[in-house]
Design a protein around this ligand. Sequence first.
Ligand code: AMP
Length: 190
Amino acid sequence: MKNIIILGAPGSGKGTLSKQISDKYKHHHISTGDLLRERKKIQDETGKLISSLIDDGRFVPDDLILKIIQEEMIKNPSFILDGFPRNPQQMQMLSRMLEENKKTEKPIVVILQIGMKTAFERIQNRAKSKDREDDQSDIILKKRMTEFMKKTLPVINHYTKFSDSIILDGSQNIDKVFEDFNLKYDEAIV
Ligand code: AMP
């Protein structure tokens, strides 16, 4: 299995698909969102900064994310990146890191497409069962969607044009998304 980058809007199912792939192929799941939520529990200066940004639906600074990602990628040469890169600057940072670290294989990009209405409904449902502050309010949810459209869509457009990428319909049920992933992955790597 190649290294993988999973991209998509909030609620598109990135975390779920990453877990399915990591269970099956034993790749390490690197979720920047999970790592940040873990880090914010330590309420030092950095933890407070992270809380104030992610609980308000805004991105955290690139240098902080880069530090987290570098540590994880060094520890785990086989990985699924979930939630990174999220803007064009991070995309450039990643391509520099991959160039410098010749041993790390170039990842394949998986894009989960979903309509905004379905994504919203999914997150509103998740808010009932999972304790994520940024899921709890529609205002914050709208901010996250806006961040995605302004900053992450250009990254997706770039990868679609210039990299090996797989596009999946993220609005389907989780088993169907995983089935499509397996089929398209096999087609993509031949
Ligand atoms: P996620 O769990 O991927 O939806 O991420 C939750 C939140 O963590 C996002 O709304 C951002 O505030 C923050 N975050 C996660 N990944 C990144 C990233 N690569 N760059 C900046 N902020 C991020």
